[in-house]
Design a protein around this ligand. Structure first.
Ligand code: SGN
Ligand code: CA
Length: 527
């Protein structure tokens, strides 16, 4: 059977066609339908604002969009704890942070607990994990893994192999992770088994280092400042305390690459790291030459212009946006490579493809970069899923990253273990209605005191309202009406007229804390 016939058959009837094809074989018992493969692509800190399927203001991402166009775009997708390691632990275990134990990036993941890759592996799947892992302990439940140590590097990254050896690979991380993923699918897996591949990019994490071929992109573009770029954080105590402000906390040398050869520019505590990273450090001579050809003239102009105040803040914003979007361009291009490869091999028809990020990110909203807060830009995360034979279009139900594991398991025909707290959204992917779907989400962020100074908080969000409780050093409540105030500028907690909704949300918050059994409810009493 040639590829066109097979493509047609698969796309017409999906899994049923796969089953009937195998049952055509003469004098052979009917083989069960082949299980769907899973490719779970996740990048690090990719904001939905910079995916054109979600927002057309900044960049065109045709390949990422394709996943949503040929499948489902989740318009209300959220995380449980907006920071890398914790998010990853939630996704692997299907459990909230307090249950899986990985509450902040300083924790070590207890890899002995149940995860979806383990269950898939035990049920006949071949499993692989390539790229950023960030859980300190070694991956378990994978037939193959190659991970970046910690955050990893953009240029000539080192990978930790399954045998514990560390190997440095020349090139750019996003390309290399993609090469390795395609190579595993092409040459290393057992073709008789379904597979599940976790393809997890380092990009576009700080410090947003573009590939050399993308350095000139967006050079002439000026991006509109978000309306609340100059937010003064009135009525929001934790926001006043944070250190993730572009104007004040984004570093000229480290974040914005102004590592001048004359060593005249000095900025921030990470300056030395920056000078090392953008100097001879990890780059080879060709990479360094391309890098300098781009940044040297910008450094020269920066020195000459001597910007300050708002002009400096806005220059920082523009530089940040350009670098970040260049890094996204490379992510998108490499996702295109994966999709083209799968198409060429006839694998698109029996592979579910997921694109998401470990959390959202601020693109200057509230004046910020980074994440952590339960505010929309970082509580949300992009989620596009292409399921062959499934629904095409938007899904508006509230989903959370604890739902991924149950979804993958259901797709593979494996029952959800009792301890998993998420819900499978497979029915939503198939276009089914789920009347009893949740109508509120629980969130809990712990990493404090720490970098960026975002206080500990938990909260609840429903379709329209969000209630946040900060604790630890700051004890305060915030209430937002997302319909009236989508940018969360106006904390209406305690205002006349909000008594009823506040009581309702507090009751819901208590219910969720009990339902998910978060021990914080014994320490910080919601009343
Ligand atoms: C690093 C970054 C922070 C970032 C955390 C967590 N600093 O510490 O800006 O918030 O990672 O990010 S850096 O100087 O090392 O770049 S996470 O996505 O990995 O959780
Ligand atoms: Ca992240």
């Amino acid at each position: 059977m040639n590829k066109i016939t097979s493509t047609l058959l698969y796309s017409l009837t999906g899994a049923a066609a796969i089953a009937s094809l195998s049952s055509c074989k003469a004098n052979k018992e009917a083989e069960p339908a082949k299980k769907m493969n899973i490719i779970y692509i996740m990048s690090d800190d990719h904001s939905y604002q910079t995916i054109s399927a979600y927002d057309q203001r900044y960049i065109h991402t045709p390949n990422i969009d394709r996943i949503g166009n040929e499948g489902v775009r989740f318009t209300n997708s959220f995380v449980a704890n907006s920071i890398s390691g914790p998010s990853r632990a939630c996704m692997l275990t299907g459990k909230h942070s307090h249950t899986n134990g990985f509450i902040n990036n300083a924790t070590t993941f207890n890899g002995d607990q149940l995860t979806f890759p383990k269950l898939l592996q035990q049920n006949g799947y071949q499993t692989a994990m390539i790229g950023k892992w960030h859980l300190v302990s070694n991956p378990q439940g994978f037939d193959h893994w190659e991970i970046l140590p910690g955050q990893g590097d953009y240029y000539n990254p080192t990978f930790i192999q399954m045998n514990g050896e560390r190997t440095q690979v020349e090139g750019y991380a996003t390309n290399i992770i993609t090469d390795k993923a395609i190579d595993w699918i092409e040459n290393q897996r057992d073709e008789n088994k379904p597979f599940c591949m976790l393809l997890h990019h380092k990009a576009p994490h700080r410090t947003w280092m573009p590939d050399t071929c993308d350095l000139e992109l967006f050079a002439d573009k000026t991006f509109p400042l978000p309306e609340n770029f100059y937010d003064n954080y009135e009525g929001r105590l934790a926001a006043q305390k944070q250190k993730m402000n572009i104007a004040n906390d984004m570093e000229i040398v480290y974040d914005l690459k102004m590592a001048d050869k004359e060593n005249e520019i000095h900025s921030g505590m990470y300056e030395d790291w920056g000078r090392q990273m953008y100097g001879e450090g990890r780059m080879n001579p060709a990479q360094k030459a391309a890098w300098d050809a781009h940044y040297d003239p910008i450094i020269a102009k920066f020195k000459k212009d001597k910007l300050s105040g708002k002009a400096l803040a806005e220059w920082k914003f523009q530089q940040y946006m350009r670098d970040y979007l260049r890094v996204i361009t490379s992510v998108d291009r490499n996702i295109g490579r994966v999709l083209d490869y799968l198409e060429e091999k006839g694998l698109l028809e029996n592979t579910m493809i997921v694109y998401t990020s470990d959390q959202g990110f601020y693109m200057g909203e509230h004046g910020w970069f980074d994440k952590r807060f339960m505010y929309e830009e970082s509580f949300r995360t992009p989620l596009l899923v292409r399921l062959p034979g499934g629904k095409k279009g938007d899904v508006a139900e509230l989903v959370q990253n604890i739902d991924y594991a149950p979804t993958f398991l259901e797709l593979a025909g494996i029952e959800k273990p009792e301890e998993m707290q998420g819900e499978s959204f497979l029915p939503l992917l198939k276009g089914e209605k789920v009347p009893e779907w949740r109508n509120s989400l629980y969130y809990h962020f712990y990493e404090y005191p720490a970098e960026h100074s975002v206080c500990r908080h938990f909260g609840v969000r429903n379709e329209r309202y969000k209630l946040i409780r900060y604790y630890n050093d700051i004890h305060s409540w915030e209430l937002f009406d997302l319909q009236e105030d989508p940018s969360e500028m106006n904390n209406i907690y305690g205002q006349p007229g909000t008594e009823e909704i506040t009581q309702e949300l507090k009751a819901e918050l208590k219910r969720l804390q009990e339902y998910y059994d978060d021990p914080i409810r014994n320490e910080v009493i919601v009343e």
